[in-house]
Design a protein around this ligand. Structure first.
Ligand code: ADP
Ligand code: MG
Ligand code: MG
Length: 244
């Protein structure tokens, strides 16, 4: 079953200068996939298009077979969630509980249901003991998990994460990746990760989509991408200090 299908996608910010062209792929429900490419390749633009924040100039984006352009903001939130690179871009409330509850509060979900869903999500994210803490007391890795929790609480079917491990030490890196693997396997959430990290791609995903200058140049296993010199060069995957 297809979770996210992109058909001949085209987008430009300025007319005549395409930032993405002929982008097409089909991600099945329950897959965990990487999207890789150099800075400026078009990855963030692609995630914003997938989330319906921008409209494609041409082509379609289907979530569970439904065109994202035709979904309401509420429906979209239930189908797809985007976790931005920095938790500081995402976190706007001083208290952890309020932050994770925010999306549901805005939608007018009843107080009792909010409490139930927030507590359940905090448990899944290993943040329940901190439910009454201020966000400012958390480590960077824990803040990252708060930003993931604030998206997960909306019950998305597809979760997109922009550089989920950026700026984190090995312990937090492992913690976050094991957590994402766990929600992918146990909750059946489709996970799409934008990453520059070769080890993360190899260890946690079976498939990677490579974008270069707005074009899709590969959709293959991480191992095959890394052994094709031309593609590997264009994918611009960096070795991390993971095994150094
Ligand atoms: P990536 O996330 O892969 O680094 P982006 O999607 O951010 O790439 O950017 C793709 C291209 O679009 C780049 O050339 C960038 O300069 C350009 N771009 C990004 N955002 C805007 C914008 N708001 N207006 C005009 N050009 C943009
Ligand atoms: Mg960039
Ligand atoms: Mg980006």
């Amino acid at each position: 079953v297809s979770a996210l299908k992109v058909e001949d996608l085209y987008f430009s910010y300025v007319s005549g200068r395409p930032v993405l062209q002929h982008i097409h792929f089909d991600i099945k429900k329950g897959e965990m996939v990487s999207i890789v490419g150099k800075n400026g390749a078009g990855k963030s633009t692609l995630s914003n298009l997938i989330c319906g924040f921008y409209k494609p100039g041409k082509g379609r984006i289907l979530l569970n077979g439904e065109d994202v352009a035709s979904l309401s903001i509420k429906e979209r939130g239930e189908k797809i969630g985007l976790v931005m690179q920095s938790p500081n871009q995402m976190i706007s409330k001083p208290m952890i509980y309020e932050e994770v509850a925010l999306g549901l509060t805005v939608r007018g979900v009843p107080e009792e249901e909010i409490k139930e869903r927030v507590y359940e999500t905090l448990k899944i994210c290993g943040l329940y003991p901190f439910r009454n803490w201020p966000v400012s007391a958390l480590s960077f890795g824990q803040k990252k998990r708060v930003s993931i929790a604030s998206i997960l609480v909306m019950n998305p079917e597809v979760l997109i994460l922009d550089e989920p491990t950026a700026g984190q030490d090995y312990r937090h890196y492992t913690e976050i990746m094991e957590f994402l693997k766990d929600i992918n396997e146990n909750l059946g959430i489709t996970v799409i990760m934008i990453t520059h990290d070769m080890h993360l791609m190899l260890e946690y995903t079976d498939r990677a989509i490579v974008i270069a200058d707005g074009n899709l140049i590969a959709d293959d296993t991480p191992a095959r991408i890394l052994t094709n010199e031309i593609i590997a060069d264009k994918a611009y995957l960096k070795k991390t200090s993971l095994y150094d």
